[in-house]
Design a protein around this ligand. Structure first.
Ligand SMILES: *Cc1c(COP(=O)(O)O)cnc(C)c1O
Length: 425
C-alpha cells in the first residue's frame, strides 16, 4: 500500500527533524558529509561487484572499479600504510574477516573484557565465539581505565596468544602498544587493533598511531569518529603477501558477498575529505571531550579518570550510580533531547543495569561546537541528572542551544544543513 510506504517516509522525516533538535552524544555515531551522503542514493546502491577491482565476478563494474581502486589508494595515503580492503560492510564484519584470516578454532586471542569496555564482537556470544577462539582477558587497571602493562606483558608470555587484540568501545586512553612491542616480538603474535571508535582521531594524528606502534592489522567501523557511512575497513602494515591474500579472501568470499558499493563510494568521498579536514576536526574533538569532562566534574558529576584529564579520545565515561544508574539517567536525558547510552563500568556485573553512561562529542564537534558550548552542554546534563529538573523543561533549552548548530563542518560542503532530509518524491 502506498499509504504505508508514505507513513514510513513520514517517520523517517520525523526522525531527521527530531535529531536536528537533539544533542546527539552516542560515542559511536556521527554525521556524514552531504557529498558522501549523495553516494548512498546513487545507482551503486543497486549493484554487485564481487571480488577485487579488475578481478570481478560480475560485468558492469567499469566505474565501480575506478572508484574502489581510488578508495583503496586514498585509504593507504591517509593512514600511511601498505594494505587496505574497503569491502567489509561493518566493523563487526571486518573483525570476522580478521578472525577468519588469522585464527583457527581453538587458537588463543588476548583481548579486554566487556565490563572493561570491549565490544560484543570479542565476546563468546559474538564474533570471537562464532570463530570458536579461546579468548583470554588482559589484566585491567580500573583507575587508569587501561590495561596494566607489566601484568599484560607477563600474561602474553604465559599464554602465548596467536593474536593479541586491542581496542575498546569505551576507549578513553591509548593502550600501551609501544611498551609491549618487545613482548609481541618475543611471543611472535600477530597484533590486531580494533580502531572502530577512534579511526577519525587516528586519521587526524590524535590518540595514537597504531600502525607505527607494532600493529599488523587494523580493523574498524567507518562511521564513529571517522565521519563516513555505516561500513567497515581493514588496514595493514608489515603484512606478507600471504597474509594480505588471506585477508582479502576472508572478506570475500569469507564474510561478505555484496560489499555495499554505495557505502564504499561514500567512504571514498569521506577519505578524500578527511585528508583535508581530519587534523583540525580530531584536535577539536579531543579538546571538546576534555572540556566536557572538566565542566561536568566541576558541577560535581563523577566523570571517570579526573587525574588523567578524563580522556584522550572523543568520549568520557560517567558514573551515575548516585543519580539512579545508567538506565534511568539515559532515559531522562532522552526525554530532554540529549541522546546517550547507558554503559557498563569496570565494577559492573549487569549490562542491563549498569552504573555508567558514555558520552561522545564527535558529532557536536562536527556541527561546530567548541569548548564554551561544552560548558553549556554540561550544565544541561547536570540539570537533568543531578538537579532532577523536569526533562521536558530542560528540552526547551536543549533545542535553543542546538538551533545554532545544525550546519555541517569539516567537509567540502561546510555550512550545509547537517540533518537534511533528501526528498526525491
Ligand atoms: C562499534 C564497534 C565495532 C563494530 O561496529 P559495527 O557496528 O559492526 O560497525 C567493533 N569494535 C568496536 C570496539 C566497536 O566499538
Amino acid at each position: 500500500m502506498k499509504e504505508e510506504a508514505l507513513w514510513i517516509k513520514e517517520k523517517v522525516r520525523a526522525h531527521n527533524k527530531w535529531f536536528e533538535e537533539c544533542i546527539p552524544m552516542i560515542a559511536s555515531e556521527n554525521l556524514m558529509s552531504p557529498l558522501a551522503k549523495e553516494m548512498l542514493i546513487s545507482d551503486f546502491a543497486d549493484r554487485y561487484a564481487e571480488g577485487l577491482p579488475g578481478k570481478r565476478y560480475y560485468q558492469g563494474n567499469i566505474y565501480v572499479d575506478e572508484v574502489e581502486t581510488k578508495a583503496m589508494e586514498l585509504a593507504r595515503e591517509l593512514f600511511d600504510c601498505s594494505f587496505a580492503d574497503l569491502r567489509p560492510i561493518s566493523g563487526t564484519v571486518a573483525n570476522m574477516a580478521v578472525l577468519f584470516a588469522f585464527a583457527e578454532p581453538g587458537d588463543t586471542i588476548t583481548t579486554c573484557a566487556l565490563a572493561q569496555g570491549a565490544h560484543i564482537s570479542t565476546a563468546k556470544f559474538g564474533a570471537f565465539g562464532f570463530r570458536s577462539v579461546n579468548s583470554v582477558n588482559y589484566p585491567f587497571d580500573e583507575k587508569s581505565m587501561n590495561i596494566d602493562v607489566d601484568a599484560t606483558a607477563k600474561l602474553l608470555r604465559e599464554v602465548k596468544p596467536k593474536v593479541a587484540q586491542f581496542g575498546l568501545s569505551v576507549f578513553l586512553f591509548p593502550p600501551p602498544l609501544k611498551e609491549l612491542q618487545e613482548t609481541f616480538q618475543d611471543v611472535g603474535c600477530t597484533v590486531w587493533y580494533d580502531a572502530a571508535h577512534v579511526l577519525g582521531l587516528i586519521a587526524g594524528g590524535q590518540f595514537q598511531d597504531p600502525l607505527r606502534e607494532g600493529v599488523n592489522i587494523l580493523s574498524s567501523s567507518t562511521h564513529k569518529t571517522f565521519p563516513g557511512p555505516n561500513h567497515g575497513i581493514l588496514l595493514g602494515s608489515n603484512l606478507d603477501d600471504e597474509q594480505e591474500k588471506a585477508l582479502h579472501k576472508a572478506v570475500f568470499p569469507g564474510v561478505t558477498s555484496s560489499h555495499h558499493l554505495h557505502a564504499m563510494a561514500a567512504l571514498a568521498v569521506t577519505l578524500a575529505e578527511m585528508k583535508v579536514y581530519a587534523k583540525e576536526y580530531a584536535a577539536q574533538t579531543v579538546k571538546n571531550a576534555q572540556a566536557l569532562g572538566q565542566a561536568l566534574n566541576e558541577l560535581g558529576i563523577d566523570v571517570l579518570c579526573p587525574d588523567l584529564g578524563f580522556t584522550r579520545s572523543h568520549a568520557i565515561a560517567v558514573d551515575v550510580s548516585a543519580h539512579g544508574g545508567g538506565k534511568v539517567v539515559s532515559q531522562d536525558l532522552e526525554d530532554a533531547n540529549i541522546i546517550c547510552n547507558k554503559n557498563m563500568l569496570p565494577k559492573d556485573t549487569s549490562a542491563v543495569k549498569p552504573s555508567g553512561i558514555r558520552l561522545g562529542v564527535q558529532e557536536l564537534t562536527r556541527v561546530g561546537m567548541k569548548e564554551s558550548e561544552m560548558k553549556e552542554v554540561a550544565s544541561l546534563i547536570h540539570r537533568v541528572v543531578a538537579k532532577k529538573e523536569a526533562p521536558l523543561k530542560v528540552k526547551e533549552d536543549v533545542k535553543l542551544l542546538k538551533k545554532d548548530f545544525t550546519k555541517i563542518r569539516f567537509c567540502f560542503n561546510e555550512g550545509e544543513e547537517a540533518y537534511r532530509f533528501h526528498e526525491l518524491v
